[in-house]
Ligand binder design. Sequence first.
Ligand code: FMN
Length: 241
Amino acid sequence: MNGCEVEPLEDLADDYDLIILGYTIWFLSPSIPVTGFMQSEQAKRLFKDKPVVTMIACRDMWVMAQEKMKRLLSDVGATLIDNVVLTDQGGSLYAFVTTPRWLLTGKKDPFWGFPAAGVSDKDIKESSRFGERLLDGLIKGEEKSKQPLLKHMGAVTVNGKLVATEKIATRSFMIWGKLIQKAGAPGSFARKIVITIYAVFLATLVLTIVPLNILVRRLIYPFRKEAIEKSVKFYEEPSGR
Ligand SMILES: Cc1cc2nc3c(=O)[nH]c(=O)nc-3n(C[C@H](O)[C@H](O)[C@H](O)COP(=O)(O)O)c2cc1C
């Protein structure tokens, strides 16, 4: 959650009825530039007392990041009224391959039975329903009540089986993040060594523990169903499914 410095946005109005904040996820946190922006003086001015709709596009692990975003929003005095999440097509296991391929080669097309990388065109097109509902709400001044406008429109679907994995991974990222920072300044030799060790550790984790964890979670799901469904409901707030 150490954001970078960002240049202030230009050509903004002084005041807004509603703010739609689009962001993406890096390592189970809001991406560094968005975190930096939310910690800026400009965000403090813009967001104070405003209703906010967050709009996430990511692979499929966004729940812990949104919890951090909730804190950033409350730090600037804003009220989160809705959350819309678009995740990559094809499910988690496919995205483990299609996202790194996209990141490393720039290729998004389907290949060898894998779907295209990223959010599907269909999901993007169908999102216009959220814009239409928000416009309708704004015309009627409904945003002033700071209550959700996108309830039960399929704005979010939490995958309950991934929440525990996200929690474990968040803890791991925090520990490694601190270790990497302590190792030295960005670009220093010591930091490069710790990052190399971390990269090997992460790749091993992704290839072994993560699939194993997903399998174990599937197996124990029937026994933990009630608790998982309760947490799913919580993380799907405020828009609901
Ligand atoms: C450094 C990095 C870390 C990422 N971490 C996550 C993550 O924790 N959860 C997730 O669902 N997607 C993650 N993604 C995927 C992004 O959220 C996003 O789907 C992808 O980068 C495409 O969006 P872009 O074109 O805005 O980069 C990560 C991407 C990058 C580059």
